[in-house]
Design a protein around this ligand. Structure first.
Ligand SMILES: Nc1ncnc2c1ncn2[C@@H]1O[C@H](COP(=O)(O)OP(=O)(O)OP(=O)(O)O)[C@@H](O)[C@H]1O
Ligand SMILES: O=P(O)(O)OC[C@H]1O[C@H](OP(=O)(O)OP(=O)(O)O)[C@H](O)[C@@H]1O
Length: 213
């Protein structure tokens, strides 16, 4: 039997993803060991392989066929812009992609001034401002703690993930515009979808039954 390989995003989504897979009988005991430095895990009986990679690399592994299936946030899928089949919304890891900043940035955002937008997600930010709002902005790519940018004067606003809103609140910022809702998604390699159609379809059907409300 040919193995089906899963690329799972490590970090926030990993636990929930593994729990969902476990509910449909796809388990890998070794992988639960938080101390392990091993990178790839095999369940010979079931014919599955699993690896955890940086979330932003999951679409790369899946598009290029190193993994058949991936589980990753919609934000990462949008930012990567890779050719993949997005087949299932797992309804977990829910949050929103937003434009945020100090209340004082509201006017600048709407009066057509050339504003600076800091983000870990420059493609999403560009698509939103250029293609949806038809507004020219300067995009500044950052790698984390993006909320700092408007506080220290690097940008007027940010494009970032908001879940509870605590990070914004604690830093005197607020949601100014909502770009889109986000959640964890299952993505499938285009060739695998054809070559392993039966097994992958069965797996997706099983997963659908255990998706949280
Ligand atoms: N509050 C949140 N902040 C960030 N991501 C969240 C949040 N809630 C759910 N998510 C989802 O979890 C994923 C991020 O997981 P995690 O924070 O572990 O990775 P990351 O911050 O992108 O990793 P890294 O910064 O190391 O590249 C996001 O892609 C998003 O879909
Ligand atoms: O609305 P909240 O519940 O406060 O969650 C949102 C925050 O969490 C994420 O940051 P993360 O912890 O991943 O760190 P990072 O900023 O370094 O990416 C995100 O970038 C926001 O900063």
């Amino acid at each position: 039997m040919k193995y089906i390989t899963f690329a799972l995003a490590k970090g926030r989504l990993a636990k929930q993803t593994l729990a969902l897979l476990e509910q449909i009988g796809i388990t890998c005991e070794e992988m639960k060991d938080e101390k392990t430095r091993k990178l790839i895990f095999v369940n010979k009986e079931l014919g599955f392989k699993f690896f955890l990679s940086k979330a932003s690399d999951v679409p790369t592994y899946v598009e290029l066929g190193a993994a058949d299936i991936g589980v990753v946030g919609k934000d990462t899928i949008l930012e990567a812009g890779r050719k993949l089949y997005e087949v299932l919304d797992l309804n977990c890891g829910k949050c929103r992609m937003c434009v945020a900043g100090p209340a004082s940035a509201k006017e600048q955002l709407n009066n057509g001034s050339l504003i600076r937008v800091a983000s870990k997600y420059p493609s999403i930010a560009k698509d939103y401002f250029y293609n949806k709002k038809h507004q020219t902005v300067e995009i500044i790519k950052l790698n984390g703690s993006v909320e700092l940018a408007p506080i220290v004067g690097l940008s007027e606003v940010i494009v970032d993930i908001v879940e509870t809103g605590s990070t914004l609140r604690e830093n005197g910022l607020e949601v100014l515009e909502e770009i889109c809702p986000l959640s964890a998604r299952v993505v499938v390699n285009e060739v695998s979808m054809k070559m392993q159609h039966e097994r992958i379809t069965k797996l997706l059907k099983d997963l659908k039954k255990v998706i949280p409300e």
